[in-house]
Design a protein around this ligand. Sequence first.
Ligand code: NAP
Length: 315
Amino acid sequence: MKAIAINEFGGRDTLQLMNLPVPEIKPGEILVRVKAAGINPVDWKIREGYIKDLFPYEFPIILGWDAAGIVEQAGPAVTRFRQGDEIFAYCRKPMVQGGAYAEYIVLEEEHAAIKPKNISFEEAASIPLAALTAYQSLFDAAKINPGETVLIHAAAGGVGGFGVQLAKDHGAVVWGTASGRNEEYVQDLGATQVVDYNHVDFRNSVRSEYPDGVDVVFDCVGGEVLEKSADIVNKGGRLISIVDDPTGLIRKDIDKEFVFVAPNSTQLTELARMVEQGRLKTRLSQVFPFGLEEARRAHELSESSRTRGKMVFVI
Ligand SMILES: NC(=O)c1ccc[n+]([C@@H]2O[C@H](COP(=O)([O-])OP(=O)(O)OC[C@H]3O[C@@H](n4cnc5c(N)ncnc54)[C@H](OP(=O)(O)O)[C@@H]3O)[C@@H](O)[C@H]2O)c1
């Protein structure tokens, strides 16, 4: 099968179009014919080698942690899927090796859920990793309540965009940070207020409306943005980051948590239901054909941190 994979860590020139064997299934696993693969910043971070001290890995590494496709074969002991089912999945496995930039992928059934019926494979492939991250950050970590104020950094990005919609759907008052050119886009997702971080200090904007701060900051940027965010969380509020660990920050009177998204088929099924009910949408900024030059271009765009919504490959 064709796959975009690496045999060493490094820059975009390490990406290769390889011909690799179709992976074999074990009990509890499904073989999926991939129709579309989602593109996430973790893909280029893996390519660069950022994960090499965090996870076991084996070359060649097929990149890609988001897939949508059709079950080709269900292994023994698989209870939830059968051949022909249309699924989508967040594909992180204990061993970093067999990813979604390929014609086939093997998954444990816990990684997958039935794809929402009202969207394409391309749209479905853009959802699992980013939407699960937002879901677990807002509901499992921050435990947001209706009526609470939630500030989301990088609200025009993949995770932030789902975060704005999920928080709004839950009845929160949502603020987002984004560049001016993305203001309308983020408002359209459900934000009450969009702060152009290039021109104003988001802390001043927040304080002018909420002198005691907001209930929750969901940080999808990290670094200085995360540090500054600690200043505008109200007493007893929550500061959640998916980029840098906030637990060492000085504030003792707020909850601070780093979230690393975990596969969760129950939550993915809930997200699929929300998509079918029209409560959650995905916005694709780029749909790439499956090829080496396209993969290099997609990584270049992802590395820029300037993309809006999501990008996918059609396989
Ligand atoms: N821990 C986890 O489980 C987990 C899961 C998913 C992602 N992540 C990480 O979380 C980060 C975001 O992921 P993503 O998929 O949402 O990325 P993404 O889609 O590539 O994010 C791009 C967006 O970031 C915005 N942005 C960049 N700098 C900003 C700033 N200083 N303030 C506000 N917005 C800014 C850009 O908005 P403008 O163009 O409007 O500036 C752009 O829309 C990445 O570092 C990723 O690796 C972690």
